[in-house]
Design a protein around this ligand. Structure first.
Ligand code: AMP
Ligand code: MN
Ligand code: MN
Length: 320
């Protein structure tokens, strides 16, 4: 963060009383972790903070400290400043996009390469491992309050967005930050058990069904899995229970591109893409008005799941 941005951020926080912090659609550990961390820190500072979700919080994140502070929207909310975290554009907020339209001042804090700088103040750092890493840096540079609960939320975002400290976005700073988070009292054995060893039985059933019917294309380099509404019904699972399937299939030795298609409704399909070495996931999703990162991106397509599959396979062909 350069000193001008730092000064401006500090001024805005000082003079604002009513602060909103908002999440994106299909929120992940980095998103929920970052809104809770920043929201709780500013609350400790004495601000009136509203932490808003734009979508369901996945079950495996419900253990996070202060989770009960997250509310869904009521219409008459007004903020001096609205923080939008981990969201590459206003569309990522779904219906909550209206808060962006009426907010007096928007601060956009993110690490997506595809971020379109929709805020009045934009702190966009594509090299950061996660939005939580940026939030940690802001808290430490501005001397904002931090405690073990806030540290736990930040740890969760860094761990989940780095694939448990495995991806290219991890650097020496990431581990220095984690070291500080442990010193602040993050119980990593507890957190890791909650995040990675507490899958519900229905989620496991959904994984088995979806993975067994997944298909391979182009010399086993492209894997495609589909989650239909029927799959969800049979496993008694929720849409967010398919989180993790796309990474599981990516980890097959031959696979470079892993695609997960989720049926939202008959003519609406959500797409998640993960790549390993040479295909740019962000570039593929950009073509369908989505985006993300080099190795992880997403988009939503207004077609049925089978048509979307054909469209995606055709589009990925040129990269393989
Ligand atoms: P997902 O497959 O939903 O886990 O998303 C993978 C990554 O791409 C995450 O960092 C998302 O925040 C990002 N992403 C997903 N969908 C979109 C979209 N429509 N526009 C921009 N970024 C997205
Ligand atoms: Mn996210
Ligand atoms: Mn993120």
């Amino acid at each position: 963060m350069n000193s001008i941005i730092k000064q401006e951020l500090s001024n805005i926080i000082d003079k604002s009383d009513k602060i909103g912090v908002v999440s994106h659609l299909n929120p992940d550990g980095d998103n929920i972790g970052s809104i809770l961390a920043l929201g709780s820190s500013m609350e400790k500072l004495g601000k009136k903070v509203t932490i808003l979700k734009s979508d369901f919080v996945p079950n495996d994140l419900l253990f996070l400290p202060n989770i009960e502070k997250i509310i869904s929207v009521s219409d008459d909310l007004n903020f001096d400043v609205l923080f939008v975290l981990d969201s590459s554009d206003a569309e990522r907020l779904g219906d909550n996009k209206r808060f962006i339209e009426k907010a007096k001042y928007i601060i956009n804090i993110d690490h997506h390469i595809s971020n379109n700088n929709f805020g009045h103040l934009n702190i966009v750092e594509p090299k950061a491992s996660s939005t939580c890493e940026i939030i940690y840096n802001i808290i430490s540079e501005l001397n904002l309050p931090i405690d073990s609960n806030i540290a736990t939320c930040i740890y969760t975002g860094i761990s989940t967005d780095t694939g448990r400290f495995m991806y290219e976005n991890v650097n020496e700073n990431t581990h220095l930050i984690v070291s500080n988070l442990l010193a602040l009292g993050t119980d990593i054995y507890y957190v890791n058990k909650k995040l990675y060893q507490s899958r519900s039985l229905s989620k496991t059933k959904l994984f088995i069904e979806v993975i067994s019917s997944s298909k391979l294309f182009f010399d086993n380099k492209v894997s495609v899995a589909k989650v239909t509404l029927e799959n969800l019904n049979r496993a008694n699972a929720r849409p967010e229970d398919s989180d993790g399937i796309v990474e599981f299939l990516r980890d097959t030795e031959t696979v470079e591109v892993s695609v997960l298609l989720k049926e939202i409704e008959t003519n609406l399909t959500r797409v998640s893409i993960r790549t390993k070495e040479y295909v740019d996931a962000n570039e593929i999703c950009n073509k369908f008005n989505g985006g993300g990162h080099l190795r992880a991106a997403g988009c939503t397509i207004q077609r049925n799941i089978d048509e979307t599959e054909k469209l995606l396979i055709e589009s990925i062909k040129q990269y393989i």
